[in-house]
Design a protein around this ligand. Structure first.
Ligand SMILES: Cc1cc2nc3c(=O)[nH]c(=O)nc-3n(C[C@H](O)[C@H](O)[C@H](O)COP(=O)(O)OP(=O)(O)OC[C@H]3O[C@@H](n4cnc5c(N)ncnc54)[C@H](O)[C@@H]3O)c2cc1C
Length: 393
């Protein structure tokens, strides 16, 4: 015997729980099937345990997708302000950390509890079952049947909310893609995003700077972010590098502007004001000593600035403003905060997230080819896409 529901949601993460809650509030009977022993595991560890639950400035420009227009509809109908109102309704204290990023003052647990309370609001009913590994999904007529190790469940609507394969150690899977392919939906090649980059070859010397960070402008593929970069024992990380990693492809350089506040001509100016100073000392004023030393050694100016030709100093300044790194890879899905790519938006309605050629099948959250920047944007997509689908369940 199979149990019947108005809709079944596969995956009890950010998007799945929120979608279940909103559809439940519209009177639907909902089933959430979660493979892990508990729901919302990524929410719990997010934002260093304080969940960066949205970004107040989130808009379509903060997302990557093969179709940059796709996310507009959902994002405009469920905004960061809407989610913030919900957070405030639940008396969750929050603060803006930087760049519009909103975090809980307390713990990410509060966001999961809020989602669960919203699921319990009714008037519909949301049933959540954990430890349910989906082994089969089939469609007969207008009904989907989901088989797990514990039973069979049927519904006329099925929502794929199983996220992406980033951090497999936490149980993340590529199940969304397997299921989408089963129903003939195309996938945009998934790749690790918001991920540290690795350095090899002649650039291994920068790995010796492990732990050193500096405020920089980092660019890849014509996209620039100004935030900290951090050298690691494998290469580069830190917010600016994670951000550009989403735009980086194998073979691309990553350009770094060190000391981004220095005006053009600053090194020649330094030559005139402090001719007896050495480049190493000048760089040490603005950068961590170890980084200043490596950059000075690479540039190779040993003399006082006063004895260095203007041309040499201009070239040094240019190099510091456009330092070319050639990453040889990323740290992969094991370390990627999100997955870029996923179920092609060409297959889905931007209004409802429903598959155009499979009525009743929906996909939301990270499973879809919409990927946010670092800073609360990915959760905002989870909330907004869940909201869009819930209106049509
Ligand atoms: C370390 C880390 C920190 C992060 N911090 C932030 C942050 O502060 N702000 C932000 O905006 N984003 C953050 N992110 C990204 C954010 O967590 C995700 O983008 C978001 O959780 C995606 O929501 P989702 O519901 O689509 O997927 P998920 O939250 O990943 O949920 C998918 C769920 O589906 C379940 N599942 C998978 N396969 C199956 C299956 N076969 N059957 C049943 N269930 C299944 C999984 O167990 C999981 O519970 C972070 C990510 C990581 C890894």
């Amino acid at each position: 015997m199979s149990e019947s529901f108005d809709a079944i949601i596969l995956g009890g993460g950010a998007a799945g729980l929120f979608c279940a809650a909103l559809a439940g509030q519209r009177g639907r009977t909902m089933l959430v099937l979660e493979k892990a022993e508990k729901v919302g595991k990524k929410v719990l560890i997010s934002g260093g345990g304080r969940c960066n639950f949205t970004n107040i400035g989130a808009g379509p420009a903060n997302y990557l997708s093969a179709n940059p227009h796709y996310a507009k509809s959902a994002l405009s109908r469920y905004t960061p302000r809407h989610f913030l109102d919900l957070v405030e309704k639940h008396d969750i204290a929050w603060h803006e950390k930087t760049l519009g990023q909103l975090f809980c003052d307390g713990s990410s647990r509060q966001v999961v509890d809020m989602l669960l309370e919203e699921c319990a609001t009714g008037p519909g009913k949301v049933t959540i079952r954990c430890n349910e590994e989906v082994s089969r999904v089939s469609r007969e007529g207008e009904s989907f049947t989901v088989t797990t190790q514990y039973g069979q469940f049927t519904a006329p609507r099925l929502v794929i909310a199983t996220g992406g394969p980033s951090i497999p150690k936490m149980g993340a899977t590529d199940f969304a893609y397997t299921l989408a392919r089963q129903f003939g939906l195309k996938i945009v090649e998934p790749r690790p995003a918001l991920v540290p980059l690795t350095l090899g070859g002649e650039e291994v010397l920068f790995r010796e700077l492990s732990g050193v960070s500096a405020d920089v402008e980092a660019s890849a593929n014509k996209t620039t972010f100004r935030e900290a970069a951090l050298f690691t024992h494998r290469g580069m990380s830190g917010p600016s590098i994670l951000q550009v990693s989403s735009y980086w492809k194998h073979g691309d350089p990553v350009m770094i502007r060190f000391m981004p506040d220095k005006p053009a001509g600053w090194l020649l100016e330094a030559k005139h004001t402090t001719p007896s100073a050495r480049l190493r000392a000048i760089l040490r004023e603005a950068l961590p000593d170890r980084l200043a030393d490596v950059l000075t050694d690479q540039i190779g100016i040993d003399s006082d600035l006063g004895n260095a030709p203007d041309k040499t100093l201009r070239a040094a300044e240019e190099r510091l403003a456009n330092w070319r790194f050639n990453p040889n890879g990323t740290e992969g899905f094991a370390k990627a905060e999100v997955t870029a790519g996923g179920i092609s938006t060409a297959e889905l309605s931007s209004k409802t997230m429903e598959a155009k050629k499979v009525p009743g099948l929906y996909a939301i959250g990270e499973a879809v080819d919409v990927t946010g920047w670092l800073g609360g944007y990915n959760f905002q997509w989870a909330w907004a896409s869940a909201h869009a689908a819930a209106q049509s369940l």
